[in-house]
Write a protein of this length. Structure first.
Length: 331
């Protein structure tokens, strides 16, 4: 497994990380046995970065990972955990809580569900507009001093917030959506992280399967949150599937599947990039790992960007109400 350093102050991580969200119902029902087997396959392949959130399945995802990782040497994997998203019993999102007391409470529950004594990278899922980022980061810094956390990360925040957070404590990475069809971080955020020596863990590299080569017009079934995504609806979906076919053709010329090409494109954008692959099946994980077989050369990167130009996706990456919660989208 190829390795990359996560920011100038972070740990060595695998060149691809495993995103576990899809194992807890966000994309419809998931097979528990296959999910566990996929985590084990990722570890066997040398993937050491596993990403979750305490609100994925309202704790289900952490408990699943706790079961999957039981017995594995603690130094064989790194846990990246997001916190702060508030949900009601129906699963609806209510907002975010970044108060210091809430940070410490959330961590205590995560440690219990995961069955570990520390979290490797702890990060607020979003910016709480009512709590200064300095207070949230300061609370995590106290948890580092107490031995419960190793590093601090951020998620979906803009340049000004990144700078304020980094002034309180070193930040190892920014988790943010980055893909051929989601390139907003190129408008200043990426310049900021590189100036400050902060890595990028890129999620949504396949745009939730949209450009994976596996999406169809009926991908978003009942219970799948993609049914509420503008990119998976009506004419937007039809246009985006056309984009996916253009990617398929471009990927074929370099001997890759569309999913492999999309992942390889992110990895090729810099040594500070670590794509997170949301595989919940072993076959999809194996396909993703094929993205690492040969780094893309500049001409191949350019060919993929010609096939899927920046700004060509139809629809925003989240519904309007959720886009408004993204500090990273504020200009």
């Amino acid at each position: 497994m190829q390795m990359r350093k996560l920011g100038k102050t972070g740990p060595e991580v695998s060149a691809i990380g495993l995103g576990a969200m899809g194992m807890s119902g966000m994309y419809g029902p998931a097979d528990r046995g296959e999910s566990l087997a996929t985590v084990h396959a990722a570890l066997d392949a040398g993937i050491n970065l596993i990403d979750t959130g305490d609100f994925y399945g309202m704790g289900h995802n952490e408990m699943l990972l706790g079961e999957a990782l039981k017995g594995a040497p603690r130094d064989s994997y790194l846990l990246s955990v997001k916190f702060g998203a508030q949900r009601d019993p129906r699963g609806a999102f209510l907002g975010f809580d970044g108060r210091p007391a809430a940070v410490k409470t959330a961590l205590a529950y995560s440690l219990q569900r995961l069955g570990v004594d520390h979290i490797d990278i702890y990060r607020p899922a979003r910016l709480d507009p009512n709590v200064p980022i300095e207070d949230t980061v300061g609370a995590i810094a106290e948890l580092i001093k107490a031995g419960y956390v190793r590093h601090i990360g951020l998620s979906e925040v803009g340049s000004a917030t990144i700078r304020r957070a980094a002034a309180v404590h070193p930040i190892v990475d920014l988790q943010i959506e980055y893909a051929l069809v989601s390139r907003g971080i190129e408008d200043g955020i990426l310049d900021t992280t590189r100036e400050l020596g902060i890595g990028i863990t890129a999620y949504g590299v396949l745009s939730r399967g949209l450009i994976s080569g596996h999406a169809t017009s009926d991908t978003a079934q009942p219970g799948d949150f993609r049914g509420h995504s503008p990119r998976f609806q009506g004419e937007n979906l039809a246009k985006n599937l056309e984009l996916a076919e253009r990617l398929r053709a471009a990927a074929a010329t370099i001997g890759l599947t569309p999913a492999q090409a999309a992942i390889a494109w992110v990895a090729a954008k810099g040594d500070d990039m670590v794509p997170l692959v949301g595989a919940r099946r072993r076959d999809r994980l194996a396909e993703a790992l094929g993205a690492l077989k040969a780094p893309l050369i500049p001409a191949q990167v350019a060919a993929l960007e010609t096939a899927v130009p920046r700004g060509s996706a139809a629809g925003t990456r989240y519904p309007e109400i959720q886009m408004a919660m993204l500090d990273s989208e504020k200009r």
